[in-house]
Design a protein around this ligand. Structure first.
Ligand SMILES: [Zn+2]
Length: 502
């Protein structure tokens, strides 16, 4: 099950400390020889069939579907790396109904009551609802390890962890994370991380028998009361941070379990929904991020800011991100039957150095209030040409890194990013038209688009330029100079043009 409401639950808690620690750690690893992805890689979200893989030039499947030797071999024979996937959110209603031990191992509120996963209200079994599992409870932890062993039994290249926040999600947004195991874990966390002053302010004299629920009960006896006053409860920031770190440690443990099951080192991803800060803590343990980002589809191309913030944050954390749009975005695409907007998302994502996962031919997850979960079947012929363009022009994607584009000038409604190979190699400008005509589902074609930039960007280059697009023939272009400024003019900009400067 994919993530659904993250935007609604964006918390204001700042885990800036964890963020900077992750940045530092990523920095330590800079220069590691083998990147997880080449930029020309084409990533499927879920597994698909051979025809679709070939149409898109697939090289990676990010979100499971290869948990047996046969499935792994099928992918490898096609030159595709693949993954197993497991779910940290819940054991599921049916398993909870059948397994008394796992029924105990659910997230609990201040009253000791289990917490239902609100967006899975329709996932019931007999009279059993879907409750959050507790990733601090030994029984749910063993259940999770067992899922990893099954997912990786075929020896897949990577493990994907879905809903990696586990009980931290219940603790930070739904009044949970208060079972005996969680409270005992928090006690140990405080011993290491709480200052004397913090404890004194809370009236804690000794930690040996400290039970955080006693602090909470002084101001809130029920979950409803707790949710209202939560942010004012003493030590609450440490409590949330404890949960985020505890589940990140568990993700790290699952990585080891996966490697043992696979019999070799594996990649590790989670749907860490950047830029939401709750998701930052785990990122340092991942090899890459696989997640949904919001493109605000209902506003056309006007507000891709959240998506761009996610791309930039992943880059600052030193991890590649394979992204798709949110279920809300996809429900708009399906309802309006539009495609150009999706091609804009693909181009925008690659222009920012990340990967937009192939719009799935059978199962692209959509969500809105009217229909709940539903699915979009993305037509291959609408999107495969964009990916084939990327595959065919791998030399202008692979090994390029972003360079400062703040001095680059374009007309209104045109976006531009700049990427360069090495210190003095060729430069590629990614020029995107965002003048979207929603009625026609087309970008309004722009003529003679002048892109200007400081002339000193050309130092060490011969100054030849070539224009490349997925929907047109390549053509040479002239770079003109005027004083300290250089410029190139694109005769017609439809959606996305690469300006290759050598
Ligand atoms: Zn718990």
């Amino acid at each position: 099950m994919v993530k659904r409401f993250s935007v609604m639950f964006i918390l204001t808690i700042l885990v800036a400390i964890a963020h900077s620690a992750a940045v530092a750690e990523a920095g330590d690893k800079a220069g590691s020889p083998e990147p997880v992805f080449k930029h020309s890689d084409v990533v499927f979200m879920y597994a698909s069939d051979e025809a679709a893989y070939k149409a898109y030039g697939a090289t990676f499947v990010a979100w499971g579907g290869a948990n047996s030797k046969e499935r792994v071999k099928m992918h490898h024979d096609l030159g595709i790396r693949c993954t197993g996937s497991m779910w940290c959110l819940t054991a599921g209603a049916k398993t909870l109904y059948e397994n008394a031990e796992l029924r105990e191992a659910v997230a609990r509120d201040i009253e000791g009551k289990p917490i239902e996963v609100s967006w899975l209200f329709d996932h019931t079994y007999k009279d059993m609802k879907t409750y959050f599992g507790c990733t601090n409870h030994p029984a749910f932890r063993e259940h999770s390890r067992q899922q990893v062993r099954q997912a990786m039994a075929g020896g897949a290249d990577g493990l994907h962890i879905d809903d990696h926040l586990g009980v931290a999600q219940a603790a930070t947004a739904f009044g949970g994370g208060l079972c005996d195991y969680c409270v005992a874990g928090f006690r140990e966390y405080l011993k290491k991380h709480a200052t004397r002053e913090q404890l004194a302010e809370t009236g804690v004299k000794e930690l040996e028998n400290f039970d955080y629920r006693d602090v909470i009960r002084k101001v809130a006896k029920t979950r409803d009361e707790y949710m209202k006053v939560q942010s004012k409860i003493p030590l609450i920031d440490l409590f949330r941070q404890y949960h985020l770190e505890a589940v990140a440690d568990f993700v790290r443990e699952l990585h080891k379990v996966g490697e043992e099951a696979a019999g070799h080192p594996i990649l590790l991803s989670a749907n860490a929904c950047l830029p939401e800060r709750r998701h930052v803590v785990v990122v340092k343990y991942l090899t890459h991020v696989v997640c949904e980002v919001s493109f605000n589809a209902r506003q056309g191309t006007a507000k891709p800011d959240d998506a761009i913030a996610a791309f930039e944050m992943a880059r600052s954390l030193g991890k590649p991100m394979a992204a798709t749009a949110s279920g809300w975005d996809w429900s708009h695409i399906k309802a309006k039957n539009v495609e150009e907007l999706v091609r804009f998302w693909i181009a925008l994502t690659y222009a920012h150095g990340q990967w937009f996962m192939v719009p799935h031919p059978q199962r692209q997850w959509c969500f809105n209030n009217e229909l709940g979960t539903h699915w979009y079947q993305a037509p291959i012929e609408a999107f495969a040409p964009v990916y084939q363009f990327i595959r065919k022009n791998a030399q202008w994607f692979d090994g390029f890194e972003p360079i400062d584009a703040s001095e680059i000038k374009t007309p209104a409604n045109v976006l531009c990013t700049a990427r360069r190979k090495g210190e003095s190699g060729p430069i590629v400008l990614h020029v995107l038209n965002r003048d979207y005509d929603a009625e026609a589902d087309r970008m309004r074609s722009a003529k003679d688009v002048r892109v200007s930039f400081p002339k000193n960007m050309l130092e060490g280059l011969s100054g030849s330029a070539r224009l490349l697009s997925y929907d047109g023939d390549g053509e040479d272009a002239r770079i003109e100079t005027d004083g300290d400024t250089a410029s190139v003019t694109i005769p017609e900009l439809r959606l996305w043009m690469l300006v290759v400067i050598e």
